[in-house]
Design a protein. Structure first.
Length: 165
């Protein structure tokens, strides 16, 4: 609830800016200029907005992840998403979405695929296909498809990727 949401910790948006542009905490950064107006950046990065996607829970805990000693973590959330899209059998204006972050050393794309296959199998979805995709924040990235008997076609049931180091 944004009316009751706590303020970001002091200096949080400055740390995000630095890591995105220059790297840190093991990240190489994107080597990009954060923006044209420092005032705009601070106002935008500190304000509460309704996002098209979800991502409320994982980023809210990421601020606490950087530590002196790395500790493997697993965070997951199930949240409601609102989108202004044309409605059809596979696109709704409102739906629930699962997000997760698993951080550890030595994980591969194979680990991600195995985790997704196990997750969907537990939901009763066993016919899966993975397809390379583009996400600006992960590389490699993949879409996950399942065969829908009622629609007689493959439909996207997920999107995933490995965060850049």
């Amino acid at each position: 609830d944004p009316a009751e949401a706590p303020q970001l910790p002091p200096g949080y948006s400055s740390k995000v800016k630095k890591v995105h542009s220059q790297g840190g905490y093991g990240s190489q950064g994107l080597s990009i200029v954060w923006g044209d107006s420092e005032q705009f950046e601070e106002e935008q990065s500190s304000s509460w907005v309704v996002w098209r996607g979800v991502s409320p829970a994982p980023p809210s805990v990421w601020v606490f992840l950087p530590q002196e000693k790395f500790t493997p973590v697993k965070y997951f959330s199930i949240d409601r998403v609102f989108r202004n899209e044309s409605l059809d059998a596979t696109h709704l204006a409102e739906f629930h979405q699962v997000e997760g972050v698993v951080a550890d050393r030595g994980l591969t794309l194979g680990h991600l695929m195995g985790t997704l296959r196990q997750f969907f199998t537990k939901l009763g979805i066993s016919q899966l296909r993975f397809k390379p995709a583009y996400n600006p924040y992960t590389e490699p990235s993949m879409e996950v498809f399942s065969y829908h008997e009622g629609l007689k076609k493959w439909v996207e049931v997920g999107n995933s990727g490995v965060f850049r180091p």
